[in-house]
Design a protein around this ligand. Structure first.
Ligand code: BDP
Length: 686
């Protein structure tokens, strides 16, 4: 159980002292950091001692909440009470113990939807730009029948740090947004009367959080205030971003199911499984049934002792990505019935899974022994009003658009996306490059390393059973030219491969290949580059050769497959300019087209395995003069309407599906009729 004495939020110290004293402190701190940095540098450089990896944390449990004959699930989503702390006193509510009574008895509360970011819900810049803690609270009842069960409280994600109380008792504390956490609350629940859940959420990012940020103090018309600075290019939305569930398990229950699938030379699916029960009792036993999509039983296994076994699926229907097969995204269901010596079928849990193989060489990446060519996107979880809040209408729309445009992949830039979106990806056959929340990684330290590794551990623990996840991305645009980057990433890469040797690892690199110290540890090299945008702005004649040369350079240096993980141009929808001019729809389309030429040249050289446009849709960023209402590099607007480039990209992605994956059932409206002659030409090209 976390200790209340350690609970004071991390930015409180900025307001405990007078200003001059703070400056003095900061000077001393800076001097100390400088000296420590210098000593650290000497230690690393002169003695070659690696960053100490410290103690690795291990996540447990967290099966997605699903009903069964032994489990009940209740959603706590809805409208909660909400209060923003005074920015200058982020710990006030803790000191005054607001969690012990109704929030409204301690402070002014407003309504706040869950799940959602809180930032864009009210018309107050102080809420949108708030730095520090906020409070959430709601009431709930549990049925009397739950008295004989264990009761769990599970959050899909609270950004960035969360403290949770049930009826005034601290039950959970979790850091790193975008990742789930849960806790058992059986002994804290009132079965006969109302219950209260209180959440404290802190959005402060520091140099040791993932991602990193910095708090600086500045003078304002209201005195000195903390400002959250960060280098990454998306708004630091905060709040209870994903669903909150109550669920029950029996006393003895299935804690984890770990799958490892393969296909043998005769085309049978091999499903290795490991079941972990909470009581770790070797007298437990389990029955495992595998069902196909039509609910036919395809294998049954009985296991005891270690609860580890292998199921076989004769003539398995493999999980294929969208447009790579006429029957993509085939999913089976595994049903686990756990029994103890005392009771049969104490707990039942079912989940879907797919069977596919992954292999990679120096030049290619294969799924089910067929080379993958990624046609995809970098994305964000972002929309108006909801910010980063989970929204099923948006999620469904996004997957419909991905299919409409013929994409087969996306990267979860720049953090883990919702569990529900991972399930959608499995169901729709969209391959996922699954990224941890490390963006612009810099100022390497032991604490950062531990948190970075922990973010990957939590991510892999959460997503390891998804067939859609084909690769782990260990960072976006890390500063891999800096001192200590080499040792730091050697350790991050080693740890990730240790956690999951079945998938390749990558990182989206923007540093020039001559100064980068990370690519050598990766299986697949991804690079981000903005030709004709951040470099040689407007020069459409300086794209194609540069892309070809850079991709070729990476391959020649490291002898690994290469993909382009970001390219693009900001585009204001409805802005048209001929000849093409930056920010116009014409420019975005033509800049894409120049990249397509490069990609096609690269494809013929044999090591180039994919293209990811930046970005799927426009998204909000911090306020800056380089952004008009946010980042406008979307192929779709923030409201998910296509820009001109979407139609161009759609043609290319379907043409690639036809050329590379024998997918010939193209959408009938891919080419609008212009003339008989043109229609003939289009058809001939395919
Ligand atoms: C890349 C970043 C991405 C940004 C993009 C841009 O990886 O997060 O949004 O640049 O500037 O460097 O549009």
């Amino acid at each position: 159980m976390p200790d209340l004495r350690n609970l004071f939020p991390r930015n409180e110290r900025y307001f405990q002292t007078s200003v001059w004293y703070c400056w003095l402190c900061q000077f001393i701190r800076s001097l100390t950091f400088f000296l420590m940095g210098f000593i650290g540098y000497m230690v690393n450089v002169v003695f070659g001692i690696m960053l100490v990896s410290g103690e690795d944390k291990i996540t447990e449990g967290l099966l997605y909440p699903r009903e069964s004959e032994t489990r009940e699930v209740r959603s706590l989503d809805g409208v909660w009470s909400f209060a923003k702390s005074d920015t200058k006193q982020p710990s006030e509510g803790l000191r005054e113990k607001w969690f012990l009574k109704d929030l409204a008895d301690s402070t002014n509360v407003i309504h706040m939807p869950v799940p959602s970011s809180y930032n864009d819900i009210v018309e107050d810049a102080a809420v949108r730009d708030h730095v520090g803690t906020v409070w959430y609270e709601r009431k709930f009842f549990v049925p009397k029948s739950w008295q004989t069960q264990r009761v769990w409280l599970r959050f899909g994600s609270v950004h960035y740090e969360a403290y949770v109380w049930i009826n005034g008792n601290l039950v959970a504390r979790h850091s790193i947004g975008h990742l789930p956490f849960e806790t058992e609350i059986t002994s804290h629940i009132n079965y006969a009367k109302e219950n209260r859940v209180t959440v404290l959420c802190d959005n402060v990012l520091l140099q040791t959080t993932i991602p990193q940020g910095k708090i600086v103090e500045q003078d304002s018309d209201n005195g000195r205030i903390p400002i959250q600075q960060y280098t990454f290019d998306f708004f630091n939305y905060a709040g209870i971003h994903r669903s909150v569930h109550l669920y029950t398990t029996p006393n003895t229950f299935i804690k984890e199911i770990i799958l490892d699938t393969d296909v043998d030379s005769e085309g049978n699916g091999i499903v290795g499984f490991r079941i972990i029960a909470n009581n770790n009792d070797t007298t437990n036993y389990a029955k495992v049934m595998i069902y196909d999509r039509e609910r036919n039983i395809v294998d049954t296994q009985a296991v005891d002792g270690s609860l580890t076994g292998t199921a076989t699926i004769r003539n398995v229907k493999k999980w294929w990505p969208y447009l790579m097969s006429s029957d993509p995204a085939y999913l089976y269901t595994i049903e686990v019935k756990l029994s103890t010596r005392a009771e049969e079928n104490v707990d039942v849990y079912r989940m879907k899974f797919g069977v596919r193989t992954l292999k990679w060489t120096n030049t290619s990446f294969l799924i089910n022994d067929k080379p993958i060519y990624f046609r995809g996107f970098g994305r964000h979880e972002d929309s108006d009003i909801r910010g980063k809040g989970l929204d099923f209408a948006l999620l469904t729309k996004d997957f419909n658009l991905l299919r409409w445009i013929g994409a087969n992949a996306y990267r979860t830039s720049h953090y883990p996306y919702s569990e529900e979106s991972m399930q959608f990806a499995d169901e729709h056959g969209i391959m996922i490059v699954d990224e941890c929340p490390s963006v612009d990684t810099d100022n390497y330290s032991n604490e950062l390393l531990l948190n970075h590794k922990f973010s990957l551990e939590q991510l892999i623990h959460r997503d390891r059973n998804h067939p859609s996840v084909v690769m782990w991305s260990i960072a976006n645009e890390p500063r891999t030219q800096k001192t200590n980057a080499d040792q730091y990433f050697a350790e991050v890469a080693r740890y990730t491969k240790l956690l999951d040797p079945s998938r390749p690892i990558t990182a989206a690199i923007a540093v020039h290949m001559n100064s980068d110290e990370l690519a050598k540890y990766l299986d697949i090299i991804s690079f981000n580059r903005y030709n004709a945008w951040y470099t040689n702005t407007g020069r459409l004649d300086m794209v194609t050769n540069n892309v070809v040369n850079e991709a070729t350079g990476w391959h020649e240096k490291h002898n690994k497959p290469v993909l382009m993980s970001e390219y693009g141009a900001d585009t204001v929808e409805g802005l048209h300019m001929l000849p093409a001019y930056v920010w116009s729809e014409e420019f975005q389309s033509q800049q894409f087209s120049k990249h397509f030429e490069a990609f096609d040249r690269l494809r013929s050289s044999g090591f180039f395995i994919g293209e990811f446009v930046w970005n799927f849709a426009d998204f909000k960023t911090a306020q800056t003069y380089t952004r008009v209402g946010g980042n406008k590099k979307g192929v779709f607007t923030r409201n998910r309407q296509p820009k001109a480039s979407a139609h161009l990209l759609r043609k290319r992605y379907f043409e690639l599906a036809s050329e590379l994956d024998n997918y010939h059932t193209l959408p009938t409206n891919l080419y609008e009729y212009t003339s008989q002659n043109q229609k003939q030409l289009d058809r001939n090209e395919l």
